[in-house]
Design a protein. Sequence first.
Length: 205
Amino acid sequence: MPLWLYYIASLCDGAIIERISKERHVPESPITKSGPKILTNLAQVNRRANDLAEQNVRFRVWVKFGCKLTDHELDAVVREVTDEVWSHIDCTACGQCCKALRITVDADDISRLSKRTGMGAMAFMRRHVREKSGEKYLAQSPCSFLRGNSCSIYEDRPKACADFPYLHAESFRERMLMMIENSFVCPVVFNTLEALKRKLAWNKK
Ligand code: SF4
Ligand code: SF4
């Protein structure tokens, strides 16, 4: 099994896979009636990401070494494609990143969240934070701040949550491995990768 699949396995425990397999639907958008299909069914996204894992690794190699766009040009295309895809996906009907991913937190996050929850930083850490290999992360999965599919501390959420799925950040080319990993759980990432293959006229063969 490739290394990055082990990483995915570490992110997704058995219960999460079970939740995904319950075929929950994020409502599909009208775009699916005409243009390329936007896949929003979480179980299908997970399955297709598995099916396309090898292809996505080849796409990554091409983006890194074959695509002639500069990093800046590529990032602009990724942002444009992401915005188009995201305009057809309702995150409040999904919430999968709050249920399936490990949310890292730093000192600023802990300070902000301990104030928000009215707890001292130490009490907040004991209750809500765990640490592994020097990395601090929110203890509960699904996240204990999730209410339905909405974040109950939205304005003060950790930076990792605010930035997810990192498709608007710079250096997409260097972060493609993470994108392939996130395509297993996030419809925005999965569909953006598929749309990018078309937009960049990548030859899959
Ligand atoms: S803090 Fe909010 S946005 Fe972040 S994982 Fe929890 S519920 Fe989701
Ligand atoms: S960012 Fe992705 S995983 Fe998170 S709620 Fe939106 S579509 Fe779902």
